[in-house]
Design a protein around this ligand. Structure first.
Ligand code: SF4
Ligand code: SF4
Length: 585
């Protein structure tokens, strides 16, 4: 078949399809989201795909599919594996029947993540293999191998990508789809019921499996290979995208490129180390290989030269090379920023409903505990109405903890609709059950917006495009015991402010659902664009307080509204005391 140009994520989807995966589960998270978005194209050929409410649910569902004999896939971003860690640890003991691959997309450089986690650490903790593709071809090929290894060793296999690998494009040769496995669950209590009496036996088997996998990794030249080089004074050990960059920067040096880095291929590492004078380990984020190589009694250079934090770009590896050679890296100076370039901080889109919520909250001296989503941008000026962000679902719980600790100010917990279903419900339950007084806000824009508009349990549509039941946030809250519930259009500033005033005056928990669709998703103006009448405008500049990027102001000139991007939300109009802002007729 002719080669095709695919992103790493698309190639992972292709690999899963060709490997005969029958079911795939995931929760959207950059940079992993496009895997399921791409895989769902194969639904007509029998690949079931779903967005699960969260990563733990997704991993458990994939485990169920694999225990019943199917090949299954689960996808998430790095922090998602924190949520899914509980079932992963046990699944590493109980194992699977059909192959199960857990694809986790790490984000070195934190382009879109709150932490810079190294998923290889989870492989060590769970004692399961981790494969690290370096480009799209390897993404496709390694997926096929990962399913094979999973069935051979009867355990889940992690595939770790990074933002660079997931989002860059390279050529892939597609193949034919393998016949999916027959599905029939076979009862086997000592394997699938890890009560301590059986769990202890499973634990011992995990160690035996690790030894077998380490030996297999040493011998598997599809994944781990020694690339010859004539300058054997230095050998490079690397994995993932940095291995490709390092190959370009050290073209004459031998390289041990590890696609299956854990369990460690000790025999191969020893053999490679014996063939060179010195070793340099180039790995992104944590010094996992480096520490292990040292534990084998082999000297190497690593994180004393290779940065621990951030993405290992070619420029940074070049710097390592020059420092190692005792030369001044003398990188070309970055292009100077023109003094008059406007700043472009991340900002809510024009017409974003979240702006209405944060604008209303600027009227109150309260603490706002935020969460992960587009609404995280409420932290930036001029709104500056978010004070803490911890993780998915923590908008409610962090607020509750502050209140219970005795914080005197009123506290508002904010989560999005997708986050509410992901892990916000338990926080709400905590507030009600433990008699909290937190004001709970769900910014409900009817979609998982930040990752590119994915469906969720409240949207009434599945990833497969089928209509389904739409979970009601207010009904769930009522069932949990919340009695004070307001549903409000956030563009109605007067009403929203009045609701907050009413709720801040009492000590009961309340739920405020700030509900309006993401205009970028529905691709519709809310109402006609606004324009500023410069005869009526006194240049009081109150409209700028809503931080809408459609409002432009050069120096001290009177602001104008860019009609091409104004969504007609009317928030700026509500701020103008001089009635200078009105809909375009
Ligand atoms: S994508 Fe939608 S929800 Fe996100 S900032 Fe833009 S308008 Fe708001
Ligand atoms: S109406 Fe005003 S605040 Fe709303 S999108 Fe247009 S310029 Fe921005």
């Amino acid at each position: 078949m002719p080669m095709i140009l695919l992103s790493g994520n698309e190639a992972i989807a292709l690999g899963a399809y060709e490997a005969g995966a029958a079911a795939a589960f995931g929760y959207p998270g950059t940079p992993s989201t496009e895997i399921l978005v791409s895989l769902v194209q194969y639904a007509p050929e029998g690949v079931y795909c779903e967005w699960s409410p969260n990563e733990k649910v997704a991993l458990e569902a994939a485990a169920g599919a694999a225990i019943a004999g199917a090949r299954s896939l689960v996808t998430m971003k790095c922090v998602g594996l924190n949520v899914a860690a509980d079932p992963l640890m046990t699944l590493a003991y109980t194992g699977v029947v059909g192959g199960m691959v857990v694809v986790v997309a790490d984000d070195p450089g934190q382009h879109s993540s709150q932490t810079e986690q190294d998923t290889r650490q989870y492989a060590r903790l769970a004692k399961i293999p981790v494969l690290e593709p370096a480009n799209s071809r390897e993404c496709r090929d390694f997926m096929m191998i990962a399913f094979e290894l999973s069935e051979q060793h009867r355990c889940p296999v992690l595939v770790r990508t990074t933002t660079c690998v997931s989002h860059s494009r390279s050529l892939v040769t597609p193949g034919r789809r393998r016949e999916p496995n027959a599905v029939k669950f076979v009862k086997n209590d000592p394997q699938f019921v890890p009560l301590p009496l059986w769990g202890r036996k499973l634990r011992a088997k995990v160690e035996e499996r690790l030894d077998a996998q380490g030996a297999a990794a040493s011998a598997d030249e599809r994944l781990n290979l020694i690339i010859a080089g004539r300058d054997t004074r230095l050998g490079i050990v690397s994995s993932g995208a940095p291995a490709l960059h390092a190959r370009e920067l050290f073209p004459d040096n031998p390289m041990l490129k590890l696609g299956w880095a854990y369990p460690f291929p000790d025999e191969l590492i020893r053999r490679f180390a014996a063939s060179v004078d010195k070793l340099l380990v180039i790995e992104e984020v944590d010094p996992i290989l480096e520490e292990h190589i040292r534990s084998l009694g082999i000297a190497c250079t690593g994180k004393e030269l290779v940065p621990r934090c951030g993405e290992l770009t070619p420029a940074r590896i070049y710097e390592v090379r020059e420092k190692l050679a005792g030369r001044d890296p003398a990188l070309p100076a970055p292009v100077a920023e023109a003094a008059d370039l406007p700043g472009r901080p991340p900002i809510l889109c024009p017409g974003c409903p979240h702006r209405g919520l944060f604008l209303a909250l600027t009227k109150f001296d309260v603490i706002v505990s935020g969460d992960i989503g587009c609404y995280s941008l409420g932290v930036f000026p001029p709104l500056s109405r978010t004070d803490t962000i911890l993780c998915m679902g923590a908008g409610f719980t962090v607020a509750h903890g502050m209140q219970k600790a005795g914080e005197k100010r009123k506290i508002v917990g904010v989560v999005g609709d997708s986050t509410f279903f992901h892990s916000g419900i338990t926080g709400l339950l905590d507030v009600v059950y433990n008699k909290g007084a937190t004001k709970l806000v769900v910014v409900d824009n009817r979609i998982t917006a930040m990752t590119g508009h994915q469906e969720h349990p409240g949207t009434g549509v599945t990833l497969m495009g089928e209509p389904t039941k739409s979970a009601s946030i207010e009904a769930i809250a009522r069932a949990c015991g919340i009695e004070r519930i307001h549903i409000i259009n956030p563009y109605e500033q007067g009403r929203l402010i009045a609701i907050f005033q009413e709720e801040f005056a009492n000590d009961e928990p309340a739920l405020i659902i700030s509900r309006a669709p993401c205009p970028l998703h529905v691709k519709q103006r809310i109402s006609p664009q606004r324009r500023i009448d410069h005869d009526a405008c006194k240049n009081f500049r109150a409209c700028l307080k809503c931080g809408c990027p459609a409002i432009e102001s050069q120096g001290n000139a009177k602001p104008t509204i860019n009609p091409f991007i104004c969504m007609g939300c009317s928030l700026c109009q509500s701020l103008c005391k001089f009635d200078a802002i009105a809909p375009v007729s």
